[in-house]
Design a binder for this molecule. Sequence first.
Ligand code: B12
Length: 206
Amino acid sequence: MHQELITAITEMDEETALALAGKLLDSGASPIEVLDDCKAAMEIVGKRFEAGDCFIPELIFAGDILAQIARLVRPRMAASGEVQHKIGKVVIGTVQGDIHDIAKDIVAFMLDINGFEVTDLGVDVAPEAFVEAAKANGAKIVGLSGFLTLAYDPMKDTVAQLRALDPGIKVMIGGGQMDEQVRAYTGADAYGKDAMAAIALAKGWA
Ligand code: B12
């Protein structure tokens, strides 16, 4: 762990975080280690958010720093041969009518750095678009994110359409208003409360 980098991210010091990440990579640090630092930093930021010690703008900002570091790391992973063997394909998106994407982006990023090939469809994604993406890349795992009560029905519709495509596709749902009861309503296979749960579920299905 590189404590200086973790601190720069949790302190939202973008310039220092990016400079440190670049310096570490240039001096031969393993890209995986740098990503582990990012994961550790994000856990700290997430806990602060839960405790009410930081707010949405900070979450967005931390997410943006992570995305920039991820862009620095990816080509080095390819170059160093450290690309993990992809353990499965996941299609993810925020369902129709819902534009909340901070959490979905975190889940997509965490799945990516934990070895999944992630197709992120963005926000306000129609059921048909999930079906098309799963069909096109053969993903057997689909993640549906949603924060609104209004997202329940599009989720249910999306699950039904995915089942019609392939009854073997595993669907997980998550996001603010989601819980086990909503999972039962939508017919999804599992509900995950956070990105770590999403990774555990996807690994169980891969
Ligand atoms: C930020 C925010 C916004 C931002 C979104 C910015 C963005 N780019 O995402 C903005 C300001 C745009 C917004 C808009 C609206 N919002 Co809003 N918003 C929120 C807020 C405050 C935080 C959500 C968030 O990002 N949390 C941060 C994430 C990181 O935390 P997290 O949930 O713990 O994240 C984990 C899990 O969600 C999980 N997860 C997420 N997706 C998935 C997927 C899978 C597969 C799995 C396994 C796990 C998983 O993993 C994440 C990472 O660990 C919530 C309140 C809240 N406390 O949730 C309201 C909230 C969701 N919004 C709400 C509303 C009503 C709206 C609006 C309709 C407001 C309006 N009148 O215009 C619009 C909706 C527009 C639309 N069509 O979508 C309501 C929803 C109420 C309801 N019952 O439907 C809430 C609950 C606020 C409230 N209490 O009233 N919102």
